[in-house]
Design a protein around this ligand. Structure first.
Ligand SMILES: Nc1ncnc2c1ncn2[C@@H]1O[C@H](COP(=O)(O)OP(=O)(O)OP(=O)(O)O)[C@@H](O)[C@H]1O
Ligand SMILES: O=P(O)(O)OC[C@H]1O[C@H](OP(=O)(O)OP(=O)(O)O)[C@H](O)[C@@H]1O
Length: 222
């Protein structure tokens, strides 16, 4: 474990939406991930660096100490097992960024209400197997899950599945593919996650960053 702090972020939405929180905490990232191929980015704080990883790899980096802290969507944390307690990641803050919801969507002509009557069976394609399995189990619906890694909207259109479980924000992606949101499962936002050993060994700098993030969030919402 290095002396300073390492923060794991993913390129795109998470990086872009974490930047203002870092700025409010007095931290400037010195490279732009869109124009640089660097994966380790310096900041104006000699004791803090940012590493760029895939969104779904953030919990793994933090869990195994490749990073002290990270920012990950609740969707990713649930699939990683973090939210259900199996990975031991400390989650001090809901950063309230990258907000969307996890939903079930289907073709307009699919009778979802009938398909999910107790005891029935439905075929669902998703990247989020764990959330989908839990959701349909809670409803008492037998589900055949098909794991996909992207373009989930195609599944009901091609007959691969009856429905999908995916993230929805504006609803534009569903609309563009003639799908409708038939059920909302849960709201999603990104969380700060911290490696528990790092929290013990580097308590002061981690506390300072968590507190700065917390006040940045509350002043943003005032
Ligand atoms: N349309 C959206 N609006 C708001 N937040 C979203 C939206 N889609 C995803 N998110 C949130 O942003 C996080 C990062 O999404 P992003 O698209 O950058 O990565 P990804 O493509 O899902 O991950 P990976 O590259 O590992 O497959 C997601 O985990 C989710 O929490
Ligand atoms: O309701 P909307 O505002 O259209 O957002 C929903 C879309 O956003 C996410 O994809 P993203 O944009 O992250 O692309 P990805 O497939 O590369 O993850 C998600 O998987 C949906 O496809």
């Amino acid at each position: 474990m290095s002396e300073g702090l390492t923060l794991a972020l993913s390129k795109g939405r998470i990086f872009d939406e974490t930047l203002p929180l870092l700025k409010a905490a007095g931290v400037e990232v010195l490279d732009d991930p869109e124009s640089s191929r660097k994966l380790i980015l310096d900041t104006n704080r000699p004791g803090l660096r940012v590493v760029l990883v895939r969104a779904s790899d953030v919990p793994t980096y933090v869990q195994f100490g490749g990073a002290d802290l990270g920012v990950a969507g609740l969707d990713i944390l649930l699939e990683h097992g973090s939210e259900w307690g199996s990975s031991g990641l400390y989650q001090p803050l809901d950063l309230r960024i990258a907000r969307c919801r996890m939903s079930v969507a289907a073709r307009e002509d699919f009778d979802y209400a009938s398909a999910v009557r107790q005891g029935s069976r439905i075929r669902v394609a998703t990247k989020y197997l764990s959330v989908a399995r839990q959701h349909f189990a809670d409803k008492g619906v037998h589900v055949d899950l098909i794991k996909l890694y992207g373009s989930m909207e195609l599944a009901p259109l091609t007959g691969l599945a009856d429905a999908i479980v995916d993230l929805v924000s504006s609803g534009n992606t569903l609309r563009a593919n003639q799908l409708v949101e038939v059920e909302q499962i849960m709201p999603i936002s990104s969380r700060l996650v911290v490696n528990p050993a790092a929290l013990k060994l580097k308590r002061e700098p981690i506390r300072a960053l968590v507190d700065a993030f917390a006040s940045a969030i509350s002043s943003k919402e005032e």
